[in-house]
Design a protein around this ligand. Structure first.
Ligand SMILES: Nc1ncnc2c1ncn2[C@@H]1O[C@H](COP(=O)(O)OP(=O)(O)OP(=O)(O)O)[C@@H](O)[C@H]1O
Ligand SMILES: O=P(O)(O)OC[C@H]1O[C@H](OP(=O)(O)OP(=O)(O)O)[C@H](O)[C@@H]1O
Length: 572
């Protein structure tokens, strides 16, 4: 008999269970002292209810019940509370102050399979109260709860979603363009945002003043002054929605003594769909994923058509305990835990732990090293590291990775930021901030088949209803064929993809081509274009928000890209 626990699940031993019990009691007591009453929600939830709030976190376990309803083990509790308030609590006079501590079930995405699939969510919802004091109450309680767990070095990043909504509503762009902008915000893809803005009004985009504001907004960050910066950006366009309330909330939190733990960051709204005002996330030093998050979601609870104000948060007990006990990831030098406060954009290494950058080996390596050197980093030893996998220089630490692994290193927080091809990011779909198109490593993804095989491929398709497509990039290939509505069977290979149609293993391939030499030498021809790719500089989401050196480096890299493209233009 195999005595293992299911993947992503674990037993909790007495030591840890005792600590969990103590912390949970302290946190629940603190919530209760503020008038929050306990609730419980079902472990299984109807999928449609979960989806009512927009994007849902992936639940690893779904099943049909005997009535034919599609159920999921809850990945989140907020939508369940919203449902509870819209139904059985609908006639209760507000404000309702509710607290919970429940297990939730999450599917770790792609490369992050080592993550837990069962976690303990502790949260509150405050329904029926609005205004700065209500918002500050919620944020203040998150800070207090995290302190009670021992994770008192957590930083809180705040934003309000009203500004972006107002910009999109007023800009006059096409619905499709606005949808793409929102999607780029959600995916924290600044490169795509820049591209959409550059498209211009002619292609359904926003006129330049609005487009520029939409591009700049997620880059606004700092302390209180960042609110003023946002105001200066969107005020002239009449899009200050929610900023007064946001400022009042910030003041109220400062009055509660939380000023030193607050970051204003308008990219935080990337992660949310159903929020209508304040949004916030809590980051612990050295941890690659947020410990908790929350916000105001006034229109979600709309019983009998009447919206009810609501705000809340949830945090993961396990992550908070990890943040408290440690220390985050092991660091080769510098003291862990020091990188909580937003830091200045310097690389002197005197105070800060070194910035850790994932650098691709292989064909992108030389250009990546050159770009980092041109941005002012000390790249000594990086071009020729021998068998060393980590190169340490003052203020910076390079981890040398296979390009396909770079997204996993950065998304998990094992590296603060990194470089790899856009193709690797598209394939891994990691939760990272995509910051700069570095321009090098240009290649195309194409569908190819042996020259003269078109008729055979068609016949195969006609007889069997699908064809076999070999690729190293199953997600990119599947997305391409899904867009075209064509049925294929994907054969995943790790290299020398061209062999597949030459040996009868598949009819076609989806693969990278740059010079076209490999296709030519193997007598393959391109039958479709899929996408083109260049190298990207990208960042861990928490590191991006708490470490000012990353934006500084992104700015330097982007400036150099612009400089070389201007020089190229001038030479023409
Ligand atoms: N002709 C090309 N062939 C392969 N990759 C290219 C080419 N041109 C540019 N690239 C970029 O370089 C990256 C791959 O680099 P490289 O060939 O060194 O690694 P790999 O061995 O294919 O990947 P891994 O080691 O991660 O499996 C691609 O992801 C792509 O972004
Ligand atoms: O158009 P070209 O300039 O000839 O480049 C294309 C070749 O490069 C890539 O292979 P890679 O070198 O990454 O090796 P792999 O087959 O092991 O992936 C790709 O898979 C092609 O085989």
């Amino acid at each position: 008999m195999d005595l293992a626990t299911p993947a992503g699940f674990r037993d909790v031993l007495p030591d840890e269970a005792t600590a969990r019990e103590r912390i949970a009691r302290a946190v629940q007591d603190a919530f209760a002292a503020r008038g929050y009453a306990p609730i419980e929600t079902p472990t299984l939830e109807i999928m449609d209810v979960m989806r009512a709030g927009g994007r849902v976190s992936a639940s690893p376990f779904k099943l049909f019940d005997a009535r034919g309803d599609l159920l999921a083990m809850r990945p989140d509790v907020t939508m369940q509370v919203a449902r509870m308030c819209a139904t059985r609590l609908v006639d209760e006079p507000g404000p309702l102050r509710l607290r919970y501590m429940q297990r939730v079930f999450r599917e770790a995405d792609g490369s992050m399979r080592a993550e837990a699939r069962e976690m303990t969510q502790i949260g509150i919802e405050c329904v029926g109260a609005s205004g700065a004091e209500a918002d500050a109450e919620v944020v203040g309680l998150l800070a207090e709860a995290l302190s009670l767990t021992g994770a008192d070095e957590c930083m809180l990043a705040l934003a309000t979603v009203g500004v972006l909504r107002a910009l999109l509503a007023a800009c006059g762009a096409s619905a499709a363009w606005k949808e793409r902008v929102l999607d780029a915000y959600h995916r924290s893809n600044f490169v795509e945002l820049d591209r959409l803005v550059a498209e211009g009004a002619g292609d359904g985009g926003a006129p330049p003043v609005f487009a520029e504001a939409i591009r700049k907004l997620p880059r606004i960050r700092g302390g209180r002054e960042a609110i003023g910066e946002a105001r200066a950006l969107v005020g002239p366009l009449g899009c200050e929605d929610g900023l007064d309330a946001f400022e009042a909330t910030f003041d109220a939190l400062e009055r509660r003594g939380l000023g030193g733990r607050l970051l204003v960051d308008f990219s935080v709204m990337s992660s949310f769909d159903y929020y209508t005002g304040l949004v916030f996330e809590a980051y612990a030093p050295g941890m690659g994923t947020p410990v908790g998050s929350g916000g105001r979601y006034d229109s979600t609870i709309a019983p009998r058509g009447v919206a009810r104000p609501a705000a809340g948060f949830a945090f993961f007990l396990e992550r908070a305990m990890e943040a408290a006990s440690a220390t985050g990831r092991p660091r080769a030098s510098g003291r862990p835990g020091e990188n909580a406060a937003p830091r200045e954009g310097s690389f002197d290494g005197a105070v800060d732990p070194p910035l850790r950058i994932a650098v691709p080996k292989g064909s992108l390596n030389a250009d990546a090293v050159a770009a980092l050197a041109a941005a002012g980093l000390d790249v000594t030893g990086l071009a020729d590291p021998g068998r060393a996998l980590i190169v340490r220089n003052p203020g910076v630490e390079y981890v040398i990775v296979r390009p396909t692994d770079a997204p996993a290193f950065v998304a998990s927080g094992a590296a603060d930021c990194g470089i790899c091809g856009e193709d690797s990011l598209l394939e891994a779909e990691p939760d990272v901030v995509e910051l700069v198109d570095l321009g090098f490593g240009a290649c195309r993804f194409v569908v190819a088949e042996p020259a003269g095989a078109a008729a055979d491929t068609l016949e195969h398709q006609r007889r069997l209803g699908s064809i076999r497509v070999a690729t190293k990039y199953p997600r990119i290939a599947a997305a391409h064929y899904a867009r075209r509505g064509a049925q294929v069977e994907i054969v995943k290979l790790h290299g020398n993809i061209e062999l597949a149609p030459l040996t009868g293993m598949a009819e076609r391939i989806v693969d990278i081509t740059a010079t076209g030499t490999t296709l030519r030498e193997n007598d393959l021809v391109v039958v479709e274009e899929v996408l083109s790719s260049t190298a990207r500089f990208f960042s861990n989401t928490c590191a991006f928000r708490t470490d000012a050196r990353i934006m500084h480096l992104a700015d330097e890299l982007a400036r150099n890209v612009r400089r070389s493209s201007t020089a190229r233009e001038e030479r023409k």
